[in-house]
Design a protein around this ligand. Structure first.
Ligand code: MG
Length: 330
């Protein structure tokens, strides 16, 4: 073989070598995509949709189908917005009563001691002082005088702990207590001492609604900070990417119709019936319905029994899909 021919042979081998290499890579990309894995990242994590939603293998099909149906008008979402309650709807009530509140109760002293000089904690103390002053004037049981700052950090904290323990025991829904609890939980979530719990079908439902273009909001009596923490640090990771906003009792009590007028105004819909409010509490659903907001109730036998297996699944199927897709729920 002369030099010229051998040169061309080497070029040909090199060309086919490269082509085989590209072919192999192309195959690998297809296989990764079939597995629902993102070939464009080093970690090959789950594929992200353009809207940022995560897709598993099953959900890639579901989301694609949902989009196709939505575009065909077969599934025309009747509600533009979904507003979700937390306790008993997205999250077991036991998580709030047996995990969150005991954590806040048991860490008041530790939190105040560790953060005493921060502006945030000093603001919390200011709110507590004002509340305790009011309680003392009204003869509220369990309220004790808080010494001035000059008395020293330990004495102030001891009095604060006594007051806060009494407030928690009386289950008081007051701003001063909620602000402090929120900051104690913030520390707990950030230190991985707490993890938010949602029912197993919640992430899938949130992803499905995101694919349908439905906006999802939270309305809970917990502070907005507590809500963001719960959904930011769940057993399914950070779910805040699916949520468009958070409402707490600053818009009003959940059992008052006025609150749902406020939410309707904030969401900017043409009519309250474009909103689906999901709750496990009868009086809240009635208040929402009186304001014209769609609010199907979960079956009472499910609502009352927190130990029912697959509670979340039953709850979501019973109320959410009917209300969202067919509008058949009452
Ligand atoms: Mg509830």
């Amino acid at each position: 073989m002369d030099v010229f021919r051998r040169g061309r042979e080497v070029e040909r081998v090199k060309y086919w070598g490269e082509a085989e290499c590209y072919h192999y890579l192309f195959d690998a990309v297809i296989k990764l995509n079939q597995l629902g894995l993102d070939s464009t990242t080093r970690t090959h994590g789950p594929i992200r949709n353009t809207d940022g939603a995560l897709s598993s293998i099953r959900n890639v099909k579901l989301s694609a189908k949902a989009r196709a149906l939505a575009s065909n008008g077969d599934i025309e979402p009747l509600r533009r917005c979904i507003v979700l309650d937390i306790e008993g709807t997205t999250t077991p009530i036991s998580f709030v009563t047996d995990v969150l509140f005991p954590y806040a109760r048991d860490n008041v002293g530790r939190h105040l001691d560790a953060t005493y000089d921060s502006a945030e904690t000093q603001d919390d103390i200011k709110l507590l002082r004002a509340q305790v002053q009011e309680d003392l004037e009204n003869g509220v049981a369990g309220a004790v005088r808080i010494p001035s700052s000059d008395a020293g950090k330990e004495e102030v904290i001891a009095a604060l702990v006594t007051n806060v323990e009494a407030m928690i025991k009386a289950d008081r829904k007051i701003t001063a207590l909620k602000a402090l609890q929120g900051h104690i939980w913030q520390t707990g979530f950030k230190k991985n001492e707490l993890e938010g719990v949602v029912y197993d079908d919640v992430p899938e439902a949130l992803e499905r609604w995101a694919a349908l273009g439905v906006k999802v909001y939270i309305y809970s009596s917990g502070s907005r900070l507590a809500q963001r923490l719960l959904f930011g640090y769940t057993n399914y990771g950070d779910l805040r990417k699916y949520l468009c906003g958070f409402f707490d009792t600053t818009v009003g009590n959940k059992k008052e119709t006025k609150s749902y007028h406020e939410i309707t105004a904030s969401l900017g819909v043409d009519h309250p019936s474009e909103i689906l409010f999901v709750t496990d509490v009868y009086q809240e659903a009635i208040a929402a319905k009186t304001a014209g907001v769609h609010s199907p109730l979960c079956p009472p036998q499910v609502r009352c029994d927190e130990t029912t297996p697959n509670l979340g699944s039953i709850r979501w199927k019973a109320s959410l899909d009917n209300g969202l897709v067919s509008g058949s729920a009452t």
